[in-house]
Design a protein around this ligand. Structure first.
Ligand SMILES: [Zn+2]
Length: 241
């Protein structure tokens, strides 16, 4: 049983289409507690809550939409690249990313849809329009770049990732994410090279000035880390030229 939340209550709640409204207060309180706790406890709380959603997604126990809005309808030609880091230890799985983004992106938007004409989705079951092996997925990145230099394809280029914090940017961008925490360090040279190669290979039409870090699009985040702008952004961009 979970240490930091009422698992029985959560387990019951996720069977309802509006589970994210039923759990909204609990979840907010839990995240506040995490914020105030020492790092170790804070990480334990986050781990426990993400694990809960990951497990229940895998076991198909969370009520999701069978149909829903076609969120990819507004996909535009790709002319922008946004760089992220997971801010987690390396080795994250797509299943974990999917659970994290379900909560942080989809559940929070469905709970308070602020775009005009979308208020009606509040309380309806969440639907991403994205699938992997027949299972609905919620990760918002197109590529995950591992520290061994391998790359993992997540969303297809025809799919809109909810990654940038700005819808117009989401519509015309792809998200490339480093599988590590680079808050206060820089990715190793060989991994930067992998990203430059990936851009050259798949997105050679994107102009170098349209390669951004997440923090340049959304000033509320430090992603992909504090050294990005002054230390390693140019290393990616120069290799693309
Ligand atoms: Zn980011």
């Amino acid at each position: 049983m979970a240490k930091h939340f009422d698992e029985t209550k959560w387990q019951e709640a996720i069977q309802h289409p509006d589970w994210y409204l039923k759990l909204s207060n609990d979840y907010k309180k839990l995240m506040k507690k995490a914020e105030k706790s020492p790092k170790e406890i804070s990480e334990e709380i986050k781990e426990e809550s993400y694990q809960f959603f990951e497990t229940n997604l895998a076991e198909d126990k969370i009520k999701l939409g069978d149909t829903g809005p076609n969120w990819d309808e507004e996909r535009k030609p790709i002319d922008t690249i946004v760089i992220h880091h997971t801010k987690n230890p390396s080795g994250i799985t797509w299943q974990r990313l999917s659970a994290m983004h379900l909560i942080r992106l989809y559940a929070s938007y469905y709970a308070s849809p602020h775009y005009e004409g979308e208020q009606h989705i509040k309380g309806t079951p969440i639907y991403s329009n994205h699938f992997r092996n027949g299972q609905m997925v919620f990760y918002a990145y197109h590529w995950l770049v591992r520290m061994d230099g391998t790359t993992e394809r997540l969303l297809g280029d025809n799919e809109i990732g909810w990654h940038a914090g700005k819808w117009d940017i989401n519509c015309k961008s792809v998200a490339i994410c480093f599988d590590n925490d680079f808050e206060n360090s820089a990715p190793p040279k060989h991994v930067l090279q992998v990203v430059s190669n990936l851009i050259k290979e798949h997105y050679s039409n994107v102009r170098p000035e349209n390669i951004f870090g997440h923090r340049e699009i959304n000033p509320k985040t430090t992603c992909p880390g504090n050294l990005f702008l002054n230390e390693w952004k140019t290393k990616i961009v120069e290799e693309v030229l």
